[in-house]
Write a protein that binds this ligand. Structure first.
Ligand SMILES: [Zn+2]
Length: 565
């Protein structure tokens, strides 16, 4: 394509609204324009890139036997009410009425629609397994859309769904997807980790997340050099041991006037926060539950949900806490407490002589020893932090910021039971199909690629997903010799099937080079006056900043032989 006839609205200045590099660069390089919060128009360069990403995904999905469908995003609410997710998604789902007053919604994912097709058509185990996928738009009414194309309200997903007769079949489908995802992200040129993850509203039993490590993300993953990796919501770890003072003295109250927070109390007592106990009160399905953590740890509500087996809970109000403990927030503790289930994080197991609230305003207790002074159920309840010890090898873990690229879930029978999608097995018995669900966010792939491949001047996308392979820049179009050499090279590249953007604009060389740096095309061939006189052109690789001079007559061969294999 000729740049002079192509719409690539690059910006000289950084857009003020851009929060992360990928957002800034995709706007500056003329890939996208914002339409509304979390809603973006894809212009030519973005669209070319997304088509390449989609094609990679398509090839890898077809390779594992996936069959491509197209499903409408516009859904009747009834379908989602059957699975219970119409309510579960709450305001995250776009919901509205059509002109006939029917409740409608826009698909966040497509488990319900796929299950609906399967239950109507698949009758026998002989028709299994099936892998059905789609590459299309989905919708989420995010409370805080942000970070450009990382958290959108309308976005492109590849979602696939597997249907099997039994768990062993699901294992096979899951493994196929896992391997296909590795090939997809490898081919897209991304650096990523695969982490054990929490299934959330998908309601599955087992899942892995594919995450690109980049500071622009909003996801946290825990990584160990031994290969252990987990989503922060799910990660387990041992806390490094804390030395407690010796002695078996009974709990003893001491005044702590005005000391409400762990930080206050640590300063006041001169003890480290790890020597203090934090007492939280939650209301779980209308019953109070007391949660104990080490002072420097924080509660993972995800882990709390899986411990409790319900997501119906909330922090108690100050009044509810007062009614239970007889003291105000800041002085709560477990000793002598009655009328509530007490859960303690495992990091408190085996500790002694801790400091906890005394259930009396402005007093705390010292010498509190779990197991002797109060009884609790021990569970893993806290968020892992950098420096905690790996559950596999015992070395210190690191917490990284990441972008979730894809997620594979074992759904099991969650949807097939709720929606009555069953088949007859070999014995003629009706059994629910066993399902998996597997998603990839296309915008996230492009954004993560930009995050991982940019510098102050612009981005250099991996060739597999870049909108063009080569940008051909004629430094000065006023020079007739230069112009005709560039035209000739352009024609030759086209004849050889090279994906090339020819910058034939009547612009100053500085403007052309700046734009070429910006837009993410991995190779640049430059024709300049001086070198042309020696019969040379320049090949510049953006990612390595390597420049080499090549004879004009060899440029196309050299590109094909050394760069575009
Ligand atoms: Zn480890």
């Amino acid at each position: 394509m000729r740049w002079s006839q192509t719409f690539i609205p690059t910006l000289r200045e950084d857009p003020a609204e851009a929060e992360v590099p990928s957002h800034r660069l995709l706007l500056r390089a003329g890939y996208v324009r914002q339409v509304a919060a979390g809603v973006y128009a894809h212009l030519l360069l973005a669209q070319k890139s997304f088509f390449k990403i989609a094609q990679i995904i398509r090839e890898e999905m077809n390779r594992i036997g996936g069959q491509e469908f197209y499903l409408p995003a516009l859904n009747p609410a009834e379908l989602w009410k059957e699975s219970g997710r119409y309510e579960a998604y709450g305001p995250t789902m776009f919901k509205f009425k059509d002109r006939n007053d029917h409740d409608m919604c826009l698909g966040v994912t497509h488990e319900e629609e796929m299950t609906n097709i399967a239950r109507g058509e698949i009758r026998s185990y002989k028709q299994l397994p099936q892998i059905w996928y789609q590459i299309q738009e989905k919708f989420r009414d995010e409370p805080r859309p942000k970070a450009g194309l990382l958290r959108l309200r309308q976005f492109w997903m590849k979602d696939s769904y597997s249907f099997d007769l039994d768990d062993a079949g699901l294992d096979v489908s899951y493994r196929k997807h896992y391997d296909a995802y590795c090939r997809i992200f490898d081919r897209c040129g991304l650096k990523y980790v695969i982490v054990e993850a929490y299934s959330g509203t998908m309601g599955g039993t087992y899942s892995h997340e594919f995450a690109a490590l980049t500071d622009a993300g909003e996801d946290s993953v825990v990584v160990c050099e031994c290969g252990y990796a987990a989503n922060l919501e799910k990660a387990e770890a041992k806390a490094p041991p804390v030395e407690d003072p010796p002695g078996d003295a009974p709990p003893e109250a001491f005044p702590t006037p005005g000391q409400k927070t762990i930080d206050d109390l640590a300063k006041f007592t001169g003890e480290g926060p790890a020597r203090l106990m934090k007492t939280l009160v939650y209301i779980v399905e209308s019953q109070p539950v007391v949660i104990l953590l080490r002072g420097d740890h924080s509660l993972s509500e995800t882990k709390l949900a899986s411990t409790l087996g319900t997501e119906t809970f909330r922090p108690a109000t100050p009044e509810e806490a007062l009614a239970l403990h007889g003291a105000h927030l800041g002085s709560l503790g477990p000793v002598g407490l009655k009328g509530a289930r007490i859960l303690a994080d495992r990091a408190l197991e085996g500790r002694k002589n801790l400091i906890a609230g005394a259930n009396r305003d402005d007093f705390h207790l010292r010498h509190v020893t779990p197991g002797r002074d109060f009884q609790a159920e021990y569970h893993d309840l806290r968020v892992v932090v950098t420096g905690d010890l790996c559950p596999r090898c015992g070395k210190p873990l690191r917490v990284h910021i990441a972008v979730e690229l894809g997620h594979v879930f074992k759904l099991g029978r969650r949807y097939s039971q709720a929606m009555h999608a069953s088949v007859l097995d070999a014995n003629g018995k009706e059994v629910p199909m066993v399902m998996g669900s597997y998603g990839i966010g296309l915008e996230r792939i492009l954004s993560a690629a930009v995050e991982q491949n940019h510098d102050a001047d612009g981005m250099f996308l991996p060739r597999a997903i870049a909108p063009f392979d080569v940008i051909l820049t004629a430094a000065n179009m006023d020079d007739s010799r230069l112009r005709s050499a560039a035209e000739k090279l352009y024609a030759e590249m086209q004849a050889q099937g090279i994906s090339v953007l020819y910058d034939d604009r009547e612009e100053r060389p500085g403007v052309k080079f700046k734009d070429a740096d910006l837009i993410g095309v991995p190779y640049r061939v430059t024709l300049g006056k001086r070198k042309l006189e020696q019969g040379l052109a320049e090949i510049f690789q953006l990612s390595t900043k390597q420049i080499r001079d090549v004879k004009l007559s060899d440029v196309v061969e050299c590109l094909k032989r050394e760069y575009l294999r």
